[in-house]
Design a protein around this ligand. Structure first.
Ligand code: PLP
Length: 263
Protein backbone atom coordinates (compact mmCIF):
# COMPACT_ATOMS: atom_id res chain seq x y z
CA UNK A 1 0.00 0.00 0.00
CA UNK A 2 1.53 3.31 -0.98
CA UNK A 3 -1.19 5.65 0.34
CA UNK A 4 -0.32 5.39 4.02
CA UNK A 5 -0.31 8.76 5.79
CA UNK A 6 2.82 9.53 7.81
CA UNK A 7 3.01 8.75 11.53
CA UNK A 8 5.13 10.01 14.41
CA UNK A 9 6.56 7.50 16.91
CA UNK A 10 7.36 8.40 20.50
CA UNK A 11 9.78 6.15 22.40
CA UNK A 12 9.51 7.48 25.95
CA UNK A 13 8.20 6.99 29.47
CA UNK A 14 4.59 6.81 30.66
CA UNK A 15 3.39 9.45 33.17
CA UNK A 16 0.42 8.05 35.12
CA UNK A 17 -0.56 11.66 35.87
CA UNK A 18 -1.13 12.40 32.18
CA UNK A 19 0.94 15.61 32.09
CA UNK A 20 4.29 14.52 30.63
CA UNK A 21 5.88 11.60 28.80
CA UNK A 22 4.00 9.39 26.35
CA UNK A 23 0.66 10.93 27.35
CA UNK A 24 1.82 14.47 26.52
CA UNK A 25 3.46 13.22 23.31
CA UNK A 26 0.30 11.55 21.97
CA UNK A 27 -1.84 14.58 22.89
CA UNK A 28 0.65 16.80 21.04
CA UNK A 29 0.64 14.59 17.94
CA UNK A 30 -3.18 14.59 17.94
CA UNK A 31 -3.32 18.38 18.31
CA UNK A 32 -1.09 18.62 15.23
CA UNK A 33 -3.36 16.15 13.34
CA UNK A 34 -0.53 13.62 13.07
CA UNK A 35 -1.11 9.90 13.76
CA UNK A 36 0.82 8.98 16.91
CA UNK A 37 2.53 5.67 17.73
CA UNK A 38 4.17 4.80 21.04
CA UNK A 39 6.83 2.39 22.32
CA UNK A 40 6.91 2.58 26.11
CA UNK A 41 10.51 2.64 27.36
CA UNK A 42 9.71 3.21 31.06
CA UNK A 43 6.69 3.44 33.35
CA UNK A 44 6.39 5.97 36.14
CA UNK A 45 3.97 6.11 39.07
CA UNK A 46 3.54 9.86 39.17
CA UNK A 47 1.18 12.75 39.90
CA UNK A 48 1.43 16.53 39.96
CA UNK A 49 3.62 16.46 43.09
CA UNK A 50 6.25 13.94 42.05
CA UNK A 51 7.35 10.49 40.93
CA UNK A 52 6.94 7.61 43.45
CA UNK A 53 8.19 4.66 41.37
CA UNK A 54 9.87 3.85 38.04
CA UNK A 55 9.79 0.54 36.17
CA UNK A 56 11.69 -0.20 32.94
CA UNK A 57 10.33 -2.96 30.67
CA UNK A 58 12.60 -5.80 29.50
CA UNK A 59 14.71 -4.46 26.62
CA UNK A 60 13.49 -7.15 24.21
CA UNK A 61 9.86 -6.14 24.86
CA UNK A 62 10.72 -2.51 24.07
CA UNK A 63 12.39 -3.68 20.86
CA UNK A 64 9.24 -5.66 19.97
CA UNK A 65 7.11 -2.51 20.34
CA UNK A 66 9.47 -0.50 18.11
CA UNK A 67 9.69 -3.26 15.49
CA UNK A 68 5.88 -3.60 15.43
CA UNK A 69 5.57 0.12 14.67
CA UNK A 70 8.17 0.09 11.88
CA UNK A 71 6.76 -3.12 10.40
CA UNK A 72 3.48 -1.43 9.51
CA UNK A 73 3.50 2.38 9.62
CA UNK A 74 5.23 5.04 7.53
CA UNK A 75 7.19 6.77 10.27
CA UNK A 76 8.44 10.23 9.27
CA UNK A 77 9.81 11.23 12.69
CA UNK A 78 10.74 9.56 15.96
CA UNK A 79 10.69 11.40 19.29
CA UNK A 80 12.86 10.03 22.11
CA UNK A 81 12.07 10.92 25.73
CA UNK A 82 12.68 9.18 29.08
CA UNK A 83 14.88 6.13 28.43
CA UNK A 84 15.70 5.24 32.08
CA UNK A 85 18.93 3.24 31.76
CA UNK A 86 21.87 2.24 29.54
CA UNK A 87 20.30 -1.06 28.48
CA UNK A 88 17.19 0.71 27.18
CA UNK A 89 19.31 3.35 25.42
CA UNK A 90 21.43 0.70 23.68
CA UNK A 91 18.24 -1.10 22.56
CA UNK A 92 16.80 2.12 21.13
CA UNK A 93 20.07 2.96 19.36
CA UNK A 94 20.18 -0.55 17.78
CA UNK A 95 16.55 -0.25 16.65
CA UNK A 96 17.16 3.20 15.13
CA UNK A 97 20.20 1.92 13.24
CA UNK A 98 18.14 -1.04 11.94
CA UNK A 99 15.08 0.97 10.84
CA UNK A 100 16.83 4.27 9.91
CA UNK A 101 13.86 6.68 10.34
CA UNK A 102 14.30 9.94 8.36
CA UNK A 103 14.24 12.22 11.44
CA UNK A 104 14.95 11.66 15.14
CA UNK A 105 14.19 14.28 17.82
CA UNK A 106 16.04 13.48 21.06
CA UNK A 107 14.80 15.04 24.31
CA UNK A 108 17.61 13.99 26.67
CA UNK A 109 15.36 13.53 29.72
CA UNK A 110 17.40 13.24 32.91
CA UNK A 111 15.66 14.84 35.90
CA UNK A 112 11.96 15.80 36.31
CA UNK A 113 10.96 19.32 37.35
CA UNK A 114 10.00 17.76 40.70
CA UNK A 115 13.62 16.59 41.16
CA UNK A 116 13.00 12.89 40.46
CA UNK A 117 15.78 11.13 38.57
CA UNK A 118 14.54 9.77 35.22
CA UNK A 119 17.90 8.52 33.86
CA UNK A 120 20.45 6.46 35.78
CA UNK A 121 23.78 8.33 36.19
CA UNK A 122 25.70 5.52 34.52
CA UNK A 123 23.57 5.89 31.37
CA UNK A 124 24.70 9.44 30.53
CA UNK A 125 27.84 8.23 28.72
CA UNK A 126 25.78 5.73 26.68
CA UNK A 127 23.31 8.44 25.70
CA UNK A 128 26.15 10.71 24.53
CA UNK A 129 28.00 7.97 22.63
CA UNK A 130 25.08 6.00 21.12
CA UNK A 131 22.19 8.42 20.67
CA UNK A 132 23.55 11.94 20.09
CA UNK A 133 25.08 10.98 16.71
CA UNK A 134 21.74 9.45 15.58
CA UNK A 135 19.70 12.56 16.38
CA UNK A 136 18.48 14.99 13.73
CA UNK A 137 17.87 17.37 16.66
CA UNK A 138 18.65 17.28 20.39
CA UNK A 139 16.54 19.47 22.72
CA UNK A 140 18.28 19.83 26.11
CA UNK A 141 17.29 22.33 28.78
CA UNK A 142 20.19 24.06 30.54
CA UNK A 143 20.65 21.50 33.38
CA UNK A 144 20.65 18.68 30.80
CA UNK A 145 23.13 20.53 28.56
CA UNK A 146 25.36 21.09 31.62
CA UNK A 147 25.36 17.34 32.35
CA UNK A 148 26.04 16.51 28.69
CA UNK A 149 28.98 18.95 28.51
CA UNK A 150 30.21 18.64 32.10
CA UNK A 151 30.30 22.40 32.77
CA UNK A 152 28.15 25.31 33.97
CA UNK A 153 26.18 27.38 31.43
CA UNK A 154 25.58 30.63 33.26
CA UNK A 155 24.72 33.22 30.61
CA UNK A 156 23.76 33.77 26.98
CA UNK A 157 27.38 33.69 25.73
CA UNK A 158 27.87 30.33 27.47
CA UNK A 159 24.66 29.09 25.79
CA UNK A 160 26.07 29.95 22.34
CA UNK A 161 29.32 28.12 23.16
CA UNK A 162 27.31 25.15 24.48
CA UNK A 163 25.40 24.92 21.18
CA UNK A 164 28.66 24.70 19.23
CA UNK A 165 30.06 22.00 21.53
CA UNK A 166 26.83 19.98 21.51
CA UNK A 167 26.80 20.09 17.68
CA UNK A 168 30.35 18.75 17.69
CA UNK A 169 29.09 15.72 19.67
CA UNK A 170 27.18 14.52 16.60
CA UNK A 171 23.54 15.65 16.30
CA UNK A 172 22.39 17.45 13.14
CA UNK A 173 21.05 20.40 15.13
CA UNK A 174 20.52 21.63 18.68
CA UNK A 175 17.55 23.38 20.30
CA UNK A 176 18.96 24.63 23.62
CA UNK A 177 16.11 25.73 25.90
CA UNK A 178 16.85 28.86 27.88
CA UNK A 179 13.95 28.76 30.35
CA UNK A 180 16.23 28.05 33.33
CA UNK A 181 18.23 31.25 32.68
CA UNK A 182 16.56 34.07 34.56
CA UNK A 183 16.43 37.02 32.20
CA UNK A 184 15.60 40.50 33.53
CA UNK A 185 13.79 41.43 30.35
CA UNK A 186 10.99 38.92 31.08
CA UNK A 187 11.79 36.76 28.08
CA UNK A 188 12.72 33.15 27.48
CA UNK A 189 15.32 32.75 24.73
CA UNK A 190 15.87 29.34 23.15
CA UNK A 191 18.76 28.85 20.72
CA UNK A 192 18.48 26.85 17.49
CA UNK A 193 21.89 25.83 16.13
CA UNK A 194 22.82 23.90 13.01
CA UNK A 195 25.63 23.96 10.45
CA UNK A 196 24.39 27.40 9.26
CA UNK A 197 24.83 29.04 12.67
CA UNK A 198 22.80 29.95 15.77
CA UNK A 199 19.36 31.63 15.77
CA UNK A 200 17.33 32.90 18.73
CA UNK A 201 13.68 32.01 19.40
CA UNK A 202 12.20 34.58 21.78
CA UNK A 203 8.99 34.41 23.85
CA UNK A 204 7.57 36.36 26.77
CA UNK A 205 8.25 34.59 30.08
CA UNK A 206 5.03 33.31 31.66
CA UNK A 207 4.70 33.31 35.46
CA UNK A 208 3.83 29.61 35.80
CA UNK A 209 5.64 26.44 36.68
CA UNK A 210 4.47 23.70 34.31
CA UNK A 211 4.83 19.97 33.88
CA UNK A 212 5.58 18.24 30.57
CA UNK A 213 6.86 21.25 28.63
CA UNK A 214 10.02 19.46 27.43
CA UNK A 215 8.12 16.39 26.25
CA UNK A 216 5.56 18.57 24.49
CA UNK A 217 8.17 20.71 22.75
CA UNK A 218 10.09 17.74 21.32
CA UNK A 219 6.84 16.05 20.22
CA UNK A 220 5.61 19.23 18.57
CA UNK A 221 8.89 19.43 16.61
CA UNK A 222 8.46 15.78 15.52
CA UNK A 223 4.83 16.43 14.51
CA UNK A 224 5.84 19.53 12.52
CA UNK A 225 8.53 17.49 10.74
CA UNK A 226 5.85 14.91 9.84
CA UNK A 227 3.83 17.77 8.35
CA UNK A 228 6.80 18.65 6.14
CA UNK A 229 8.21 21.76 7.85
CA UNK A 230 11.97 22.35 7.58
CA UNK A 231 13.74 21.81 10.91
CA UNK A 232 14.18 25.46 11.93
CA UNK A 233 10.52 26.24 11.16
CA UNK A 234 9.45 23.06 12.98
CA UNK A 235 11.31 24.30 16.07
CA UNK A 236 9.93 27.85 15.85
CA UNK A 237 6.36 26.56 15.49
CA UNK A 238 6.90 24.10 18.35
CA UNK A 239 8.10 26.80 20.77
CA UNK A 240 5.02 28.88 19.81
CA UNK A 241 2.82 25.82 20.48
CA UNK A 242 4.28 25.28 23.97
CA UNK A 243 3.80 28.98 24.75
CA UNK A 244 0.11 28.78 23.74
CA UNK A 245 -0.40 25.50 25.61
CA UNK A 246 1.07 27.14 28.72
CA UNK A 247 -1.29 30.12 28.40
CA UNK A 248 -4.23 27.67 28.56
CA UNK A 249 -2.62 25.47 31.24
CA UNK A 250 -4.71 24.08 34.10
CA UNK A 251 -4.24 22.32 37.46
CA UNK A 252 -5.84 18.85 37.53
CA UNK A 253 -4.11 17.71 40.75
CA UNK A 254 -3.06 19.11 44.14
CA UNK A 255 0.45 20.09 42.93
CA UNK A 256 1.33 23.67 42.10
CA UNK A 257 2.20 22.88 38.48
CA UNK A 258 0.24 23.45 35.33
CA UNK A 259 -0.57 20.72 32.86
CA UNK A 260 -0.52 21.98 29.29
CA UNK A 261 -3.61 22.59 27.22
CA UNK A 262 -3.17 20.66 23.97
CA UNK A 263 -5.31 22.46 21.41
N1 PLP B 1 7.78 11.77 33.51
C1 PLP B 1 8.06 11.31 32.31
C2 PLP B 1 7.62 9.93 31.96
C3 PLP B 1 8.74 12.11 31.40
O1 PLP B 1 9.06 11.65 30.20
C4 PLP B 1 9.10 13.41 31.76
C5 PLP B 1 9.69 14.27 30.77
O2 PLP B 1 10.64 14.73 30.61
C6 PLP B 1 8.83 13.86 33.03
C7 PLP B 1 8.14 13.02 33.88
C8 PLP B 1 9.27 15.18 33.51
O3 PLP B 1 8.45 16.17 33.13
P1 PLP B 1 8.62 17.59 33.82
O4 PLP B 1 10.06 17.77 34.09
O5 PLP B 1 8.12 18.52 32.81
O6 PLP B 1 7.80 17.54 35.06
Amino acid sequence: MSDRIVSALTIAGSDSGGGAGIQADLKTFAAHRVHGLSAIAALTAQHTRGVSAVHAPPADFLRAQIDACFDDFRIAAVKLGMLANADIIATVADALRAHAPPQVVLDPVMVATSGAKLLEDAALATLKRDLLPLATLVTPNLPEAELLLGRRIADRAAMHAACRDLLAAGPGAVLLKGGHLDDDAGTVIDLFADADGVRELVHARLPHSAHGTGCTLASAVAANLCRGLPLHEACAAATDYVHRALLGGYRPGRGDVLVLDHI
